[in-house]
Design a binder for this molecule. Structure first.
Ligand code: NAD
Length: 483
């Protein structure tokens, strides 16, 4: 009950702040964005520290995927926010002459951001940048599964950002559920589809718009590549994106790889070589491999390979250190298609390789599952690329690379179907937290009588002609209303 009153008090204050209008000012938005950049500059080592504590992330990985990403995003928003928030003029069809019209982006109001644990800094701060740029007041609830990062954010954000407009409320599902009982003007959620459904159900009560960032089974299609060096680059990128990205605990990481029968063994051999090259002889002892977030996820992953048919498909790795919560890079060849491994998002260091007779069959294979957050395809076959684009659906597609599309603020990031709804990053973040208000400036003259009853045939013909723009121009000319 106490937590409830805390939440309500926070909301009252946030609503008052929004009502005061100060968050709409360009100067306020810019000051908050500058403060985020300052927060990062002053506390970079501390951020590395909490990410190491929660996930054993190496600082370079932490900079690449979290600190640097947020810094770039804040700098980009700082440079662009004035342009983003400016009213846009639209060219209206002649039918509406002489009115003028356009669109004004307006903040939703008070928004809720619920984030996940695998990129606990960036998945909290990046949506926050969007919400601030758009002029909203915000409650951020970080994930309780990354407690060091969550308490760091709760402590540091009020020291840098306007505490009357931006609040961090910590807690687990109970707190999140209490938050969801409140009326928000927008909810931005990153996490599982299971909880996404809970969020959407709660939002429906108040008709609150939602953005849901989920995950899914992201496939990598690996076509036969004629040049050996290209094959090497492709495999290295897959290895890097699987195990070098939070050790497989990434929504856009590679979930499984699809190859043709004849190249599967050479791909696996190359993968083993790359794992050694990147993570050393004993990857478990490498400081470049993030650990599994907690015991319960470790157990979830262990259960995936408990199925003896799945265990029998392991062709590399498989060893686990329960104490250190480390699972080494593990490759599986054709695990049963009805296993959990092939039907749930793995979200960990297991990489199934699925063999098909013909690489074109990968399209049907992917389409037999829910729409993924991303599809990766290493191929130089332009017709196959077109086929992938036109015959599959996913949040994004990257050809001949993995995950980099996530880092590119010029592209929208988000899912489709089970993998989510809505998008963000760069200008898309601003749009996600804004309502585009249509505005029309009418004139008192001319007054077009045929728009009013009483109806007659002349008025019908007039309206019919008016709706066909070429005739409408003629009409205006005849009436002397336009030169
Ligand atoms: P989760 O759904 O368990 O938790 C996410 C957030 O929801 C946490 O803050 C948690 O406290 C909160 N939550 C938990 N139970 C809740 C409830 N009953 N009501 C309201 N809120 C509740 O997900 P997770 O374990 O943090 O993350 C893993 C999932 O998130 C994976 O499916 C992954 O693919 C996805 N993910 C997606 C993205 C993306 O950007 N698309 C990024 C990271 C993770």
């Amino acid at each position: 009950m106490e937590a409830m009153s805390g939440i309500e008090e926070s909301l009252v204050e946030l609503r008052q702040t929004f009502k005061s209008g100060k968050t709409r000012d360009l100067s306020w938005r810019k000051a908050q964005l500058r403060a985020i950049i300052e927060l990062i500059h002053d506390n970079e080592e501390k951020i590395f520290g909490v990410l190491r504590q929660d996930l054993g992330k190496h600082s370079t990985e932490a900079y690449r995927d979290e600190v640097g990403v947020v810094e770039r995003s804040a700098n980009n928003a700082l440079n662009c926010v004035e342009k983003w928030m400016a009213p846009k003029k639209n060219n209206l069809p002649l039918l509406f002459f002489p009115a003028k019209g356009g669109v004004i982006p307006e903040p939703f109001g008070t928004v809720l951001i619920i984030s996940s644990w695998n990129f606990p800094f960036s998945l909290s701060m990046d949506p926050l940048i969007g919400a601030i740029s758009a002029g909203n007041t915000v409650v951020l609830k970080p994930s309780e599964l990354a407690p060091a990062c969550s308490s760091f954010l709760a402590h540091i954000i009020p020291l840098y950002l306007d505490p009357k407009a931006i609040k961090v409320l910590e807690g687990g599902s109970e707190v999140a559920e209490q938050l969801l009982q409140q009326k928000w003007d927008k909810i931005f959620f990153t996490g599982s589809a299971r909880v996404g459904r809970i969020v959407m159900t709660a939002a429906a009560k108040h008709l609150t718009p939602v953005t849901l960032e989920h995950g899914g089974k992201c496939p990598a299609i690996l076509d036969k590549l004629s040049a050996p060096w290209e094959k090497k680059v492709a495999v290295k990128r897959i290895v890097g994106a699987k195990w070098g990205l939070c050790n497989g605990q990434a929504c856009i990481g590679v979930d499984y790889v699809v190859v043709e029968h004849e190249i599967a063994h050479s791909v696996i051999e190359l993968m083993k070589k790359m794992i050694k090259e990147i993570f050393g002889e004993s990857p478990k002892d490498s400081n470049c491999l993030s650990r599994i977030i907690n015991k319960s996820h470790f157990e979830r992953l262990r259960n995936l390979i408990k199925d003896p048919r799945v265990a029998a498909s392991i062709v590399h790795g498989g060893s686990m250190d329960e104490e250190k919560l480390i699972i080494e890079p593990t490759i599986l060849l054709d695990p049963p298609l009805d296993s959990k491994m092939m039907n749930e998002e793995i979200f960990g260091p297991f990489l199934p390789i699925i063999r098909l007779q013909n690489i074109q069959e990968s399209i049907e294979f992917i389409n037999s599952k829910s729409k993924p957050l991303a599809i990766y395809a290493f191929t130089k076959d332009e017709a196959f690329k077109k086929q992938i684009l036109s015959e599959t659906s996913s949040g994004s597609v990257a050809f001949n690379d993995v995950v980099v599309q996530f880092l590119c603020e010029a592209l929208p990031f988000g899912g489709v179907g089970q993998s989510g709804m809505g998008r963000y990053h760069g200008k898309y973040s601003f749009d996600t937290f804004s309502h585009e208000k249509a505005v029309m400036h009418g004139r008192f003259f001319p007054e077009i009588e045929p728009r009013y009853p009483p109806w007659n045939n002349f008025k019908l013909v007039f309206i019919r002609l008016a709706y066909m723009s070429q005739y409408f121009k003629l009409l205006l000319l005849l009436l002397g209303l336009k030169k």
